[in-house]
Design a protein around this ligand. Sequence first.
Ligand SMILES: Cc1ncc(COP(=O)(O)O)c(C=O)c1O
Length: 393
Amino acid sequence: MNFFSDDQVNIEILRKRAFNYRWATHEPDVIPLTAADPDFSTAPPIIQAISNYCAAGYFPYGPPKGDLGFRNSIAQWFARKKNAQIFSDLILPVNSAAYGLFICAKAILKEGDNAIIPDPVDFLFRKSIEHAKGIVKTCSLDKKTAQFDVEELRKKIDSKTRAIFLCNPNNPLGKIIQKEHLETIIDIAKEYNLWIVSDEIWSDIFFEKPCISIRSSVLSHYERVLIVSGLSKNFALAGHRVGYVIAPDELTFNQIYQASEHATTAFGISVLAQVIGMTALTQCDDWLKAFQNHLSKMRKLTFEFIEEIPFFKNNFPDATYLAFPQLKNTELNSEEMVAKILKTAHVALIPGGVNWFESQSEGHIRICYSTSEAILTEAFERIKSCTNDLFKK
Ligand SMILES: Cc1ncc(COP(=O)(O)O)c(C=O)c1O
């Protein structure tokens, strides 16, 4: 069965359920290539596991440090897929990668401390640090490689700097950070005794070459490393809010656990989300492989489309299902271009710009291509047929 054929996208359901700038938030004639959330249903073993778990009808409180089965499955996933040895009892399941970022920032920053984040990067990085009353310092990335400008990075570090945040692969650039650069970051972090917080939520969506986890055994060992990840992107589970944080040692795990406030029961991941997470990581390899194959074709379609548009400059992503072309030959800025495409072509996109992906993202637009070939082709045809109108301010 092809899980990613054109007839597998149920727009009727998506129009009711898919929020966050997607189908349910637009007029019916709009195609949203917006928030990074697939248009496909999740893997069949997950749907089966939900129904099996619910059939018993019991839904008591779960353990505040997370379900052991889920924690074990994350440790095994890292061993199987990422060449990384992780102990289950240092993994805290949380109710999203977004929350994972928030509690990492809270655990390692005091008011007035600062942390360095990449620019461009997803707005959650800034939000999590500011929420912890920390100060955000941005450091420019080379948009072709997602590598920090190392000279700038060193200049930004001062006595109040506590952490360097990484997004690997990078949203919105769609780029994997190469091994040599990860080693450089580890060296700098060691030199200044900084934390590395590595957001690896996109690390299972790659094409030619896999993404190297900061805890991979091919990298030099460094203790002060936190990983944030989740299952929204790889298994189409965003609505279940399933994520986790990996700590390097028991002391740090306890700090993360304190910051999570799970013990109060006011916060925490649902038991069902953990059943789902465990099933995804233990029974859905084939589905993920097929998803990657489909995305590889959609990526090609997206590249070809971008090449045809006179005011888009391609920046070929090697991971994620995001393309992030730069605008050229136009006076429109990112917001204006996105508004114009919505109005003329009825296709919704995400603009670059400081509100979304920090300041270096201005002059770009983001296209999410995790949909069917028919929908993507239709969206691109619509934009192509409006190119003359799109030049005008
Ligand atoms: C880099 C990055 N981190 C975190 C998240 C949030 O993931 P979740 O749905 O688990 O909160 C996203 C979602 O787009 C993301 O791109």
